[in-house]
Design a protein around this ligand. Structure first.
Ligand SMILES: Nc1ncnc2c1ncn2[C@@H]1O[C@H](COP(=O)(O)OP(=O)(O)O)[C@@H](O)[C@H]1O
Ligand SMILES: CSC[C@H]1O[C@H](OP(=O)(O)O)[C@H](O)[C@@H]1O
Length: 408
């Protein structure tokens, strides 16, 4: 075990897992590849060529990988990630990778290798359909969020949970990159020059910015439940029959709608991207229908499961008042749609774009998809309070896409 933090080399990662009890035989022929493709961390894939047994080591760097050493970042995010994965495994068994080992000094987690899965975003770009996706994500959301909220936990345990998952540096990234930088001419922004008029319209839209300001305040103050904190389609790995949620280093106790909104936003970003991805119009339209059905089903099944958990477990007598759960769920839906809107606009205007849009090679074609994403994002923020169910949400997205001239 290392006495001081150091980033692992390829060989160091092999030596590290070799000395951990219970993982590999002494005779194991270990090979290693660094496969990290995210913005922040190192990820090593280590395989025993004799037995085919494999593990993943994820190690935090003391800075944000995408920017470099000029952006220092806490190593505590590795603790947040491993402790969140363990909590999620208790409440949503089978939907997260197993944690084998966590090392606070090396800021690393050794976990189950999910290389038989692919990153959902990649699957969506390839227009794959995942029959279990809506149900599994709804289950993950309903269970992880309900059981870490005041609706279930006693007040002292809930406040201890808030303390355990104080995550100021990672929250600060979201506060900046999601809720502030896209709304002015920030240095961190990076967008397609063909959409500058639409981006400038957003910068000067005071009505929109007041609504985003409200959502930012909710993100910072509404300590409802332990969130994953970054539930985009790059944080979900899938096969036809399995769904796993990875990468909860942005976890903290925040508004329930933030996780739901992140997932919906990324389905809608994929929806917009298929305006510009290659393929016949029929193929693309049919896939867009599947994406919207998945969004609708995710909300529908989340709501049903959350209601069931509420009926069985809600703790406080006042919250058993008839109609209160309906009010709570309506507020969660409105928050989710608002956060979804912000999450869409940040991926078009700000740092850290998404491959769904970036893989559209022709930048004029990409601009059309990006304008649609901005338009959906803006309307989600502005119209969120008038939406009462998943059907109405899907209808909103469809009606925006159906407009011939997309104007912001
Ligand atoms: N448990 C795992 N099994 C297999 N591959 C993984 C696993 N965890 C991460 N990866 C791979 O590493 C990549 C980066 O991981 P991620 O946790 O998203 O890192 P970051 O925090 O830097 O974004 C993922 O996109 C995925 O390809
Ligand atoms: C400088 S961090 C940018 C961006 O990256 C994170 O995503 P991931 O760790 O999955 O790559 C998060 O969404 C941050 O906002």
């Amino acid at each position: 075990m290392a006495q001081a933090y150091q980033p692992l080399t390829d060989e160091g990662a092999i030596q590290y897992v070799r000395q951990l009890p219970g993982l590999f035989e002494q005779t194991a022929e270990l090979v290693n590849r660094e496969i990290g493709d995210g913005n922040l961390n190192l990820v090593f894939h280590i395989v025993d060529q004799q037995s085919d047994k494999s593990v993943i080591i994820k190690q935090a760097l003391p800075y944000a990988r995408v920017v470099g050493e000029s952006w220092p970042l806490t190593l505590d995010r590795a603790r947040i990630e491993s402790e969140t994965l363990k909590k999620e495994a208790e409440r949503a068994p089978g939907l997260v990778p197993k944690v084998f080992h966590y090392d606070p000094v090396m800021a690393l987690t050794v976990m189950e290798d999910l290389s038989d899965h692919i990153i959902l975003r990649t699957g969506l770009i390839q227009r794959q359909r995942y029959p279990r996706l809506a149900e599994d994500i709804a289950t993950f959301l309903a269970h992880t969020l309900f059981f870490t909220s005041d609706y279930y936990l006693d007040p002292a345990s809930k406040k201890e949970l808030v303390r355990q998952f104080i995550n100021p540096e990672l929250c600060n990234i979201t506060e900046g990159l999601v809720f502030t930088d896209p709304y002015y001419d920030a240095d961190t922004n990076s967008f397609n020059p063909h959409i500058r008029p639409q981006v400038e319209a957003i910068w000067s839209d005071a009505v929109l910015k007041r609504e985003v300001a409200t959502l930012k305040e909710s993100f910072m103050t509404k300590a409802q439940a332990l969130l994953h904190g970054d539930l985009h389609t790059g944080s979900i790995m899938v096969t036809d029959s399995s769904t796993k949620v990875i990468d909860p280093e942005f976890a903290f106790v925040g508004p329930i709608g933030f996780d739901i909104g992140a997932f919906l936003a990324n389905l809608f970003l994929s929806f917009a991207s298929h305006e510009g991805q290659p393929g016949s119009i029929t193929e693309r339209r049919e896939y867009q229908v599947w994406l919207l059905e998945t969004a609708q089903q995710t909300w529908h099944r989340f709501e049903q499961q959350f209601r069931t958990l509420w009926q069985e477990h809600v703790r406080d007598e006042m919250w058993k008042t008839p109609g209160y759960v309906d009010q709570v769920l309506q507020e969660i839906l409105v928050d989710s749609i608002g956060f979804a809107g912000c999450k869409m606009m940040r991926r078009v205007i700000g740092l850290a774009p998404v491959a769904d849009l970036e893989t559209i090679e022709d930048e004029r074609v990409r601009a059309e998809a990006e304008r649609l994403a901005l338009h959906i994002g803006r309307e989600c923020v502005l119209q969120r309070r008038s939406i009462t169910d998943g059907d109405a949400l899907v209808h909103l997205v469809q009606s925006i896409a159906a407009q011939k001239e997309v104007q912001i």
